[in-house]
Design a protein around this ligand. Structure first.
Ligand code: PGA
Length: 247
């Protein structure tokens, strides 16, 4: 399977000028690389999606979220149909920072259903609630329940595009995390397990990936890419991660 490397810019950068400059630097770097081995996705804040559409050609645009409803009186939400207007192909669903704001497994499942219906490739994040002190078996139980609840009642056919990001919350570089990536062997063990739950999904790792540690994750073939927050705000760092996964 082609590997997938996703930039999650979160609520950054602060100006359109910076967003354009960052996307252009990433685009220039991608142009110099062989594109066939890695799919690159940039998930900027919603307001930057339209202007970045004309900058990003070698990669794809993704959204950091979508509403659980199709349309209507939902102040501050953005619909799947609206995202389609701007060439969005991927949607991050159930990120730990959204779960911390109150998103439940039920809501996440509704979002996943809408994303699949609109033919986006959802990037379902699991690992929220896990603690560094948890045993592997406790983490497996948790991610199994998160995956099962997300796909419950949905017909995720074998061919439907689906990515799952194992992103243990403590490993995230800012906010709720400690800034310490997990050991690649741990990521690989949990990802192998997730693949037994969702055999047709691409399963990627997220949490403090950077251009220095990416190669050790990429060396584990079962890890099919990365979800990158902080390091995706620096074009050289992000391109370094893409290079590491292009093997
Ligand atoms: P990080 O964030 O790479 O900054 O740890 C990853 C994420 O939260 O998606």
């Amino acid at each position: 399977m082609t590997r997938l490397v996703v930039a999650n810019w979160k609520m950054n950068p602060q100006t359109l000028e910076e967003a354009r400059a960052l996307a252009s630097q990433i685009e220039s770097g991608l142009l110099t690389m062989s594109q066939s081995l890695v799919e690159t996705v940039i998930c900027p804040p919603f307001v930057f999606l339209p202007p970045l559409r004309i900058v990003v050609h070698s990669g794809f645009l993704g959204s950091q979220n979508l509403a659980a409803q199709a349309a209507g009186p939902f102040t501050g939400e953005i619909s799947a149909r609206q995202l389609q207007e701007f060439g969005v192909r991927y949607v991050i669903i159930g990120h730990s920072e959204r779960r911390a704001l109150g998103e439940t497994d039920e809501l996440i499942s509704q979002k996943l259903g809408l994303a699949l219906k609109h033919r986006f490739e959802p990037i379902l994040c699991v690992g929220y609630g896990a603690k560094r002190s948890f045993s592997s078996s406790a983490i497996k139980r948790l991610v199994k329940s998160q995956v099962q609840k997300a796909v419950k009642g949905l017909s995720v056919s074998r061919g439907a595009p689906l990515a799952i990001a194992y992103e243990p919350v403590w490993a995230i570089s800012q906010g709720l995390g400690t800034g310490q990536a997990v050991k690649p062997s741990h990521a690989s063990e949990i990802i192998k397990f997730i693949k037994t739950q969702a055999p047709s999904a691409r399963v990627i790792y997220g949490g403090s990936l950077d251009s220095k540690n990416a190669a050790s994750f990429a060396a584990q073939k079962v890890i099919e890419g990365g979800l990158v927050g902080g390091a995706s705000l620096n074009a050289e760092e992000f391109l370094g991660i893409i290079r590491a996964f292009s093997i």
